[in-house]
Design a protein around this ligand. Structure first.
Ligand code: FEO
Length: 392
């Protein structure tokens, strides 16, 4: 990979990771990712904005082969996929200093064992002159870690936003061109790590309204030279609005839960409600997380195993609870052979979510006519709740 010129004296020097398929041993990356780093030559000083994941350090090394000096390494985010190569850069450029937020400084010390005296903590709104270019640091905590900040390059009106507006997408495009693909990858990323911080991100979107931004340069995926497109998508995702959609994750063992889920899906779709159904035994959990971004209602389908919910369902419910989607309603459907506390266990796992639980439908064995009538009632109740709340 070669550095890519963004403007005179500004270069992309990151790494595209075409082959990575999992992040944090949890998040599927069907389309790979990139770790974006940017090099800015001022008339007096040179700054490197973020670095790359340690697994791609050889790529960064090759980018910096011809670079004689770096004065500042701006660390917008201390997570290792962006900070992991900072020790290498500090070793190569002995006078370089790292610039981070006050919360970022101790994190870099803890996670990477960087010497404290090589890190400068900057306050919100503080600027750093590179000569003819000025970096302004904008504190933006909890993009998904507490120390995150943005860096605004004033003269060129470029906003470097770390993970925010990023997408896990390996592409040879420097800028977002395949819009549909990029927005889907960005939504996946938002869903998987940023959704729990939705109300904080609302504030960040308000804060950057005060800046003229010609280019958004995130730390994953392509840059945006039409910033409004990606900003508009994020505004929708973080808004309080929900869609007339049910997310229906389920597992089946001997077919009873599948019959119930299938019947409920038909009943709801006949009434004009969209259902996003996920067989958790085979689904891409990233798609499940994406569906939770906008949906009004979650209905969980589970058989009963060893007196509780199926472990795969437990994992999905745990994730949904941790992601804190803006769901309004939930219910449970499922079956048991002889007994158990599946319903109670699932409800106890949803404690983060401020939602109304609609009466679950839990049956013994294969569903009978009467069970289908109860599912009809649940479908009616969901439809009525959506109507009463103007969810259309
Ligand atoms: Fe891309 Fe939060 O690191």
């Amino acid at each position: 990979m070669k550095p890519k010129k963004i403007k005179d004296d500004i270069f992309w020097v990151g790494a595209v990771d075409w082959d990575r398929r999992l992040f944090d041993s949890l998040i599927p990356l069907p389309d790979g990712t990139s770790y974006n780093a940017y090099l800015i030559y001022g008339s007096e000083k040179t700054a490197l904005l973020d670095t790359v994941d340690p697994s791609m350090i050889t790529v960064l090394k090759s980018h910096l082969d011809e670079v004689k000096n770096i004065d500042f390494i701006i660390s917008n985010h201390a997570e290792q996929d962006h900070s992991g190569a900072i020790p290498y850069v500090l070793d190569k450029y002995k006078n370089a200093k790292v610039v981070a937020s006050p919360k970022g400084k101790p994190m870099l010390v803890e996670h990477l064992h960087i010497q404290e005296d090589r890190i400068i903590a900057v306050s919100d709104g503080e600027t750093l002159s590179l000569g003819n270019k000025t970096l302004e640091f904008i504190h933006a905590p909890w993009v998904h870690w507490p120390e995150t900040m943005f860096t605004y390059l004033r003269e060129d009106k470029i906003m470097f936003t770390c993970d925010l507006f990023g997408s896990h997408l390996a592409t040879s495009d420097l800028y977002c061109r395949a819009h549909w693909q990029v927005i889907e990858a960005a939504k996946r990323y938002y869903a998987e790590v940023m959704m729990p911080f939705r109300t904080t991100i609302q504030k960040h979107l308000e804060k950057i309204k005060g800046y003229q931004v010609n280019i958004i340069a995130p730390s994953h995926g392509p840059m945006h030279d039409d910033p409004e497109c990606i900003i508009r998508s994020h505004r929708e995702w973080v808004s309080d609005a929900v869609s007339n959609t049910i997310v229906l994750p389920y597992v089946t063992m001997h077919g009873s839960t599948q019959l119930m889920v299938g019947y409920l899906t038909e009943a709801l779709s006949e009434k004009g409600v969209k259902v996003e159904k996920f067989n958790l035994a085979v689904t891409d959990m990233g798609k499940f997380a994406m569906a939770l971004v906008d949906a009004a209602t979650l209905v969980i389908g589970s058989p009963t195993v060893l007196t509780g919910a199926h472990p795969v369902v437990v994992s999905a419910v745990f994730l949904a609870n941790a992601l804190k989607p803006k769901l309004k309603f939930a219910s449970i459907v499922g079956s048991y052979g002889w007994g158990g506390r599946m319903k109670e266990q699932i409800i106890s796992l949803l404690s983060n979510l401020k939602l109304e639980m609609l009466e679950p439908v839990i049956i013994k064995g294969l569903p009978k006519d009467g069970d289908y009538r109860v599912l009809d009632r649940l479908a009616d109740e969901i439809v009525n709740k959506h109507k009463e709340n103007n969810i259309v």
